[in-house]
Design a protein. Sequence first.
Length: 131
Amino acid sequence: DSGQAFWIRLGADGASVDTAENYFWSAMYAQTGGATSIARHGGDSETIIRAGWAGDGTFKCIHIFDIMNARNTGVHTNITGQYFAKDGGIWVHGSFGGGWENTAKVDKLRLEVGSGNIQVNNISIYGIKTA
């Protein structure tokens, strides 16, 4: 693998993003060209959600994810999504799911890679207006 993992953190109530052990996640992906399919998971006390693979920079990665229960203070926030990337000449398609064990209203989203900066071509954020 010549790329690096892509990660998500959340925050709420005007505080910084949460870096404590309040996350859980699982992910799986398949590679083209006869490569293997792989499943990975974190524990139930992770400091971040793994949201896929950022690829090797030869293709603009596509990540699509949904943040559910972000405004519902009665349940934890969950995230599901999928991604498409290119890594060392191999196409990778994967899906992931995770959660944040906090019932506060989410007001921060941080996207991270293992090192360096995320090169952004286009980010679109869609939401549903609350009543």
